[in-house]
Design a protein around this ligand. Structure first.
Ligand SMILES: O=P(O)(O)OC[C@H]1O[C@H](OP(=O)(O)OP(=O)(O)O)[C@H](O)[C@@H]1O
Ligand SMILES: O=c1cc[nH]c(=O)[nH]1
Ligand SMILES: [Mg+2]
Length: 211
């Protein structure tokens, strides 16, 4: 199967993304903006969730009303640290989703991801998985995370990011052909340190104020 790459070009997302990119945007604003964008990304990435109909009574009349099909259970997985910023927004919209975490950091010299944490819910095999990380740069982190997550056998996997580099998309799509990507924008290229240009800097540092 060929990957689908969906760019979510909603004007609200694009406007908020521009605010996030600005060097002068504070940590507080950056965090709030990422949360707000994540609500909008969640709306798009869950667009095809199936519905079933159940009998309810409104104050005025009975009706067959749509509800999410109960067998379509979700697990959201954050690639820490920066994935936490998207997770917070998505959980607001999908409060009953289960949550997994994978801790990865990129070695700054080799750009190889190093895993330091892994935990997913026990019933992950009965769930569709949405993996979140704001940045897809070389793609090494997302590729490694999805490889590790595939070994837990979820029903399906989608990958959601804010910004992607063309290099990262290529690497990811060549490795995980069956995992669709959702992004708010594809930027121009990677610099010699593996940063996305023009990008927004180091998402984790900007989110948590660590630099
Ligand atoms: O596509 P790649 O080249 O692998 O780069 C992307 C990764 O880099 C960032 O994490 P980082 O390693 O900075 O860790 P952090 O979230 O703890 O800051 C980002 O959140 C991704 O996980
Ligand atoms: O531009 C980049 C690349 C990797 N990780 C980030 O946080 N930003
Ligand atoms: Mg970082």
């Amino acid at each position: 199967m060929q990957n689908q790459v969906t760019i979510i070009e909603h004007p609200l997302i694009q406007h908020k993304l521009t605010l996030m990119r600005k060097a002068e945007t504070s940590t507080t604003k950056f965090r709030n903006l990422l949360k707000e964008i994540s609500l909008l990304l969640a709306y798009e990435v869950t667009r095809d969730l199936p519905l079933k109909y159940e009998q309810i009574k409104t104050p005025l009349a009975p009706m067959d009303a749509p509800v999410l099909a109960p067998d379509k259970k979700l697990v959201l997985v954050s690639i820490m640290r920066a994935g936490q910023g998207i997770l917070d927004g998505m959980l607001e919209l999908m409060p009953s989703a289960r949550v997994g975490h994978i801790g990865l950091y990129r070695d700054p010299k080799t750009l190889i991801p190093v895993e330091y944490y892994f935990k997913v819910p026990q019933d992950v095999e009965q769930r569709d998985m949405i993996v979140v990380d704001p940045m897809l740069a070389t793609g090494n982190s997302a590729v490694a995370a999805v490889e590790r997550l595939k070994s837990t056998n979820p029903l399906s996997i989608r990958f959601v990011c804010l910004l992607a580099a063309p290099e990262g998309i290529k690497h990811f799509c060549e490795t995980h052909t069956d995992v669709p990507i959702y992004a708010a924008a594809i930027d121009d290229y990677l610099d010699e340190h593996g940063y996305i240009i023009p990008g927004l800097g180091d998402a984790g540092d900007r989110l948590f104020g660590t630099k």
